[in-house]
Design a binder for this molecule. Sequence first.
Ligand code: IMP
Ligand code: MG
Length: 177
Amino acid sequence: MIRDIEKIVITRGAISDRVRAIGEAITSNLINVDDEQEIVLVAVMTGSLIFVADLMRHLPMKIRIQLMTASSYIGKSTQSNNDPMIGKLPDVKGRHVLLVDDILDSGKTLTRIRQELEEMQPKSIQSCVLLRKKIDSAMDVPCEYVGFEIEDEFVVGYGLDHDGYYRNFPDIGVICP
Ligand code: IMP
Ligand code: MG
């Protein structure tokens, strides 16, 4: 697997430091939400699998995890499909929601999920992604917490895949063409 990685973009050490900092930022913001700060953490599978597992351990408040699925790539493609397929969403009416995904690319996935969650009238909603590509479509999407801004290239590792592979690579890198 390691032979397929052309270069490492973010090391596991840098990821770990940043995830801790995001956890602290979320915690200090949500601490002011109200006394009963129960949060519904909606995690977009499968890309956010490792990120959410690490992040939640830096969130000391009362949390329920709700997993949902979305996919915007077909097979070996490295281009987002126009119309992401969104799975069943949890009921978040009247709840404080933290929506967590791996990466903002075209932005269509997070935009659609957030819209559908907002229609359920949660008490509050915030989004968090580990990575955001430095392209207009990704920058235009409302997102309260962003781990790293990256160049517009296809990355794998730390949960992100290509054709289902490389999610278990511990750093974030670019695969050989
Ligand atoms: P968007 O809807 O185009 O923003 O795409 C978001 C989804 O596509 C993410 O949740 C990822 O699962 C996937 N994705 C986008 N860019 C990459 C990438 O560079 N590597 C791996 N997956 C990606
Ligand atoms: Mg995804």
